[in-house]
Design a protein around this ligand. Structure first.
Ligand code: C5P
Length: 219
């Protein structure tokens, strides 16, 4: 089974406020993109890695990922960046899409996702139960309780049958889904889950960065 991984790392990192692309920000002395790629490779099942970088930071990104990983320029949002990565992958049985910002995802999650695709599921996402009580704000500013039963927080890497993911991106149009499973679901394909891991959280805010830093220093 040949597994290719696309790592969207072309975000600006505005919410992190570090003044450089988020994927280049260091967690305990190692760039997030380096950690994300190393985690994929540590799974032992990834054959090909494509890192999608901001066009003006290609060399900086190349300098911090293994030479076997290819670095290509991304687009104006995550959907566009993943599409750029997909164009660069060669022949594969499974394609994983893994946010550079989820840089501490354990290798066993990578293996579980790829295995589920290998077992015949066309779209697989790691997910963990939502721990907080959740409310939805309506147009009038009222907050309505949402039944949390069955609610899941979805992570990456997400795994796909490459033909299905390509079809989903071709059909995306104005759909700017925040993940690839959202695009695949929109073309009617079934999305299944495998257990995620709290360590696969996405670094978005300065607090997330501090938590990732502390966690990385523990292990
Ligand atoms: O902004 P956010 O953290 O939700 O982005 C998720 C992932 O998508 C990050 O790893 C980010 O680098 C990537 N991304 C991208 N191209 C963009 C915007 C975000 O590759 N234009």
């Amino acid at each position: 089974m040949r597994v290719a991984a696309v790592v969207p790392a072309a975000g600006s990192g505005e919410r992190l406020g570090a003044g450089l692309p988020k994927a280049l920000v260091e967690v305990a002395g190692v760039a997030m993109v380096t950690r994300a790629v190393d985690g994929l490779l540590a799974s032992g099942i990834v054959d090909d890695v494509i890192v999608v970088a901001p066009a003006e930071h290609l060399e900086a990104m190349r300098a911090v990922v293994p030479t076997t990983a290819r670095v290509v320029p991304g687009g104006h949002d995550r959907v566009a960046s993943v599409a750029c990565g997909l164009q660069a992958i060669g022949c594969a049985d499974v394609v994983l899409v893994h946010d550079a910002a989820r840089c501490l995802c354990p290798p066993e999650v990578v293996r579980a996702v790829a295995k589920a695709v290998g077992d015949g599921h066309v779209a697989v996402v790691p997910a963990i139960p939502v721990a907080d009580t959740v409310r939805r704000a309506d147009a009038e500013g009222r907050v309505v309780l949402v039944d949390r039963t069955g609610l899941l927080a979805v992570q990456t890497p997400q795994g796909f049958d490459p033909a299905v993911l390509r079809r989903a991106h071709e059909a995306a149009g104005d759909n700017r889904a925040t993940d690839d499973a959202g695009l695949v679901e929109a073309i009617g394909a079934e999305v299944v889950t495998v257990p995620g891991d709290p360590r696969a959280f996405k670094v978005t805010s300065p607090l997330d960065l501090a938590m990732a830093d502390a966690l990385a220093r523990l292990t």
